[in-house]
Structures are given as C-alpha cells and as structure tokens.
Design a protein around this ligand. Structure first.
Ligand code: FAD
Ligand code: NAD
Length: 461
C-alpha cells in the first residue's frame, strides 16, 4: 500500500513529535512513524520523565529519613515501598506518552506503528504489522539515540544495565557501581543512593560532569562526596562481568571492584542502523551522526534531521527547538535555534544548571569578562527550605556587561536558570537583571544578587 503525505517524520521523540505538531499547525499533512507502541521517544518512555519521577520519589524518601526531623516532623516506621514507587513512575510515563497520542489526534497527524526505512530520498517504507510505503515532498529524520556500549562490559539486561534497566530494578542494590560521571550516572546514582545503595562512580576524566563550568562541577563533587558517593576519577574501566548475583568491574592498572549492580552511562550514540540512509544518498559524519546545515537539511535538501541524531547536546528541549525551527523552515523558509541560549540541567540534589559560556570557554576565547557569584547560604528562602548549599555564578562581558554565561548549583537550579536563559535570549546585561524586582523571599533573589555581584554591589553578603 502506498500513502502520500506532505511531510513524513521518522521517530516520535521530543524532536519528531514537536516537529509534527508545528508542521500540522502550519497546515501540512503530516505522518509520523514510530517503532515503539508508546509515543514520546527516549525522553518520555525511558529517559527524562521516568528518571525525574524516580528522582522526585527517592528525594521524598531521603528527606523523610534524613531531613524532616530538623523541621520538627517526627514519625515512626518509615518504610520504602519500591513496588509502589516504580508503579507511580510507570503511571507518570503513561500520562505523558498518552498526552502525545492526544496531541497527534488533535492535530490530525497520521501515526504509523513500525520501523521506518528509506527506499529513496522521498519514499519511506514502514515495516510494521502491515507494510506501507509513504511518499512525501519532505522527510525529517528524528530517530534519536541509544546507550553507547563499552568494550568488555557485558550488558545482561538486568544486573549490568544501562539507564533503561536502572529505572526498573525491583530491589535496591547493596553496592552499585556507576561507569561514567555524566548526567545519567549522577542522576540514577542519586536515585539508588537515596534509597540506600552504596554508590561508587568510576570516571575516565579527572573531573565529573564534563562540559559544565569547572568551578561548579568541583563544588558538585564535594557535595556528592558529602552525601556518601565514592568517586574514582581518572580511571579506565576495561570490563564488567556477572557471576550469579555478583558483578566484577575491571579497571586498568587497579584492583577490580565487586558489587551487585552496574550502571553503564558513558554516553549515547545516534540511531541510524537500518534506516537505509544509503538509499536516500546520505552519508554519516565521523561520529556516526547525520550531518546537517544551519537549516537542518542533510546533503539531500528535502531530507532534514533534528535532535540526538545530529550534532550538539543530546537534550530533549534542544530537540524540540530544532523540531519547531525545522518545521517552520520547511513551510516558511525561516527557522532558527539560538544554541547560546540552550540550558542544561542535572536533576541531582542540589540541582546543577547552566546556560551560555563557561568560564573556561571565555578564557580560551580571550573574551574579557566580569564574574558575580552569590551563595544560597545568604538567602532567606533557602534557609527556610533548609537547602543552603550552592551558589549562582554569572559571567558578563567586561565592557558591554552583556550576560555571556550563567551557572547554578543549588535548590531549584533547574527552574532558576530560566530567567538567565531569557536574559541571554534578549541580549540583557547583568545590570538589567540586577535592576529587576525579584519577589521576597524567593530563591530567585540569589540570581539578582549574583548579577549585582558582577559589579561588586551585592546587598546581602
Ligand atoms: P528520541 O527521544 O531518542 O526519540 C527517537 C524515537 O525514534 C524513538 O522513540 C525511537 O523508537 C524512534 N525510532 C528510531 N529509529 C526508528 C525507525 N527507524 N523507525 C521508527 N522509529 C524509530 N534530556 C533532557 O533535556 N532532560 C533530561 O532530564 C533528560 N534526562 C534523560 C534521562 C535519561 C535516562 C536518558 C537516557 C536521556 C535523558 N535526556 C534528557 C536526553 C533526552 O531523552 C534526549 O535528548 C531526547 O529524547 C532526544 O530526542 P529525539 O527526539 O532526538 O530522540
Ligand atoms: P555523558 O556523555 O554526559 O557522560 C558520560 C561520562 O562517561 C563522561 O564523563 C565520560 O568521560 C565518561 N566515560 C566515558 N568512557 C568511560 C570509561 N571507559 N570509563 C569511565 N568513564 C567513562 O553521558 P551520559 O551521562 O550517559 O548521558 C547521555 C546523554 O543523555 C548526554 O548527552 C546527556 O546530556 C543526556 N542526558 C541529559 C540529562 C539531563 O539533561 N538532565 C539526563 C540524562 C541524560
């Protein structure tokens, strides 16, 4: 059977489903092919959403165990019901993926269940329960990414797993070894540490959170150690094997570690296998990504690619911005993403967030800058919350005062960064934010004070 659409999108993750909605809003007849039954991609099914559900639940458990008493809230017999926690996580996922189903219907997007593969640049076959061939003037590749393997690490779909398995373990590990100190390693490590596991993080580099501002990452390392995490930095993992219930993790030149669970979190790689890109005449770059120009066009101008499958940070909101820009470019000839204003948030406790340039990047580019920092310890609301670790750091151009970067570690850092993303998007100076009224008492006052501190005039420290 052959079907004709204006636009065919392969993949219904945050990139694909948002592109589908925007293109439908702009009047195109849109089809979206997704091989999984549930829509929403990695993010909604096995990524952002279930991990945040588990982070919220485990943080509540941890607070109840270690934090309530200082608020004068006492109770007896606190007990973890991991089955209920996992069930709630699954319900949160279902509500979100079901929401995308609803949006597809509302926007009259045709959904095809099956695996999409190019048969030519403007025809895509769907291998599903029924075989369909779709033709379209435009095609968007939004196939996302999968966990990267590591040579010697024998994934068994259970004890030695990726984030997907670490979101479903039905008992708390006694000792969890995490390979990789990026966002996944630290977020999922936090979940299981809060629920009672001993967590050892093995990282190849001599720091955690590569890409984040070094000063902020160093503060994060100190706080994670205080929480009981063990770190071995500058180590190379060469293998992990399971024997019965025991896993052995091998490290180059160092004693191996025995544990009962292993999480492999050394990055993700673009999904392009079986896509038939050769049939469309598209070659991959040296890192296995689909190369695109500023308008998300591949080497075939009517075939586009967005999200994790192309260059740039692997983030859901980055994929979404690209989805909107790509759909708008197809219909209107315009569409743009400001990569300097894409935030990055790690949802540990405390949260860590950043936007724009790090201090190292400014130094390397010889850009003169001023820096303002302000601690949560000096903020009334943070004291009332009982979460005073961390700070806001703002980097502004030394001459123009334009905000170039902002980095936060502290309570609700993921929400607080939005103001500074907006400031960067609008080309604001630190003075602009410093002269803006911020409600008292709020954590947002720390952002204002950090902007005042850029010119050495913080008021409350
Ligand atoms: P994906 O979400 O990967 O979607 C691609 C879709 O394409 C998938 O559904 C896949 O089944 C489908 N597909 C692939 N090939 C085919 C084919 N041939 N035919 C049909 N369908 C196909 N990002 C954040 O911004 N914030 C977070 O808090 C966050 N947390 C994360 C936590 C975890 C544990 C993980 C793993 C990731 C997290 N991410 C987070 C990253 C985020 O999930 C990705 O950046 C985002 O999902 C990328 O969106 P995408 O649309 O490019 O691809
Ligand atoms: P990552 O690239 O962020 O971190 C992987 C870490 O593993 C790096 O620090 C790297 O140096 C280390 N590593 C690589 N090889 C190693 C080895 N042999 N031994 C020890 N360490 C090794 O990758 P991730 O944490 O797996 O996350 C994958 C993607 O998903 C990232 O792009 C991330 O942005 C995204 N993600 C985002 C969020 C969020 O936004 N909150 C959450 C989870 C995932």
């Amino acid at each position: 059977m052959t079907k004709q659409h204006d636009l065919v999108i392969i993949g219904a993750g945050p990139g694909g489903y948002i592109a589908a909605i925007r293109a439908a809003q702009l009047g195109l007849n849109v089809a979206c092919i997704e091989k999984e039954k549930a829509l929403g991609g990695t993010c909604l099914r096995i990524g952002c959403i279930p991990s945040k559900a588990m982070l919220e639940s485990s943080e509540l458990f941890h607070e109840a165990r270690d934090g309530f008493e200082k608020h004068g809230v006492r109770f007896e017999k606190l007990r973890l019901d991991l089955d209920a926690m996992l069930k709630r996580k699954d319900e949160v996922v279902k509500a979100n993926t079901g929401g995308v189903d609803y949006l597809f219907k509302k926007n009259k997007i045709t959904r095809y269940l099956g695996t999409g593969r190019f048969t030519s640049a403007n025809t895509v076959a769907v291998d599903g329960a029924e075989k369909v061939e779709l033709t379209a003037r435009h095609v968007i590749i939004a196939t996302g990414s999968v966990s990267a393997p590591l040579k010697g690490v024998e994934l068994d779909g259970d004890r030695i797993g990726t984030s997907t398995e670490a979101l479903t373990w039905t008992e708390v590990p006694k000792h969890l070894v995490v390979i990789g100190a990026g966002a996944i390693g630290l977020e999922m490590g936090s979940v299981w540490a809060r629920l009672g596991a001993k967590v050892t993080v093995l990282e190849y580099l001599d720091r955690i959170l590569p890409g984040m501002d070094t000063e902020i990452a160093a503060e994060a390392l100190k706080l994670f150690k205080k929480q009981g995490f063990e770190f071995q930095l500058g180590v190379r993992v060469t293998g992990a094997k399971k024997k019965g219930k025991t896993c052995t993790v091998e490290i180059e030149g160092q004693p191996s570690i025995e544990c009962d669970r292993v999480l492999l979190a050394v990055g993700r790689r673009p999904t392009t296998e079986g896509l038939g890109l050769d049939k469309a005449g598209i070659a991959l770059d040296e890192r296995g990504r689909v190369p695109v120009n500023d308008h998300f066009q591949t080497s075939v101008p009517t075939v586009f690619a967005i999200g994790d499958v192309i260059r740039g940070p692997m983030l859901a909101h980055k994929a979404e911005e690209e989805g909107v820009a790509c759909a708008e470019f197809i219909v209107t000839g315009h569409g743009h993403v400001n990569y300097d204003a894409i935030p990055n948030v790690v949802y540990t406790a405390p949260e860590i967030s950043s936007v724009g340039k790090t201090e190292e990047e400014l130094k390397a580019a010889n850009i003169p800058y001023k820096k303002g920092t302000f601690p949560f310890l000096a903020n009334g609301r943070a004291r009332a919350l009982g979460h005073t670790d961390g700070r806001v750091k703002v980097l502004a151009h030394a001459e123009t005062d334009r905000i170039l970067g902002a980095h936060i570690i502290g309570p609700r850092a993921g929400d607080l960064i939005a103001e500074l993303v907006c400031a960067i998007e609008f080309g604001a100076s630190s003075e602009d934010v410093a002269r803006t009224s911020h409600a008292h008492p709020t954590l947002a006052e720390v952002v204002k004070e950090a902007c005042l501190a850029v010119d050495g005039r913080a008021l409350n420290a």
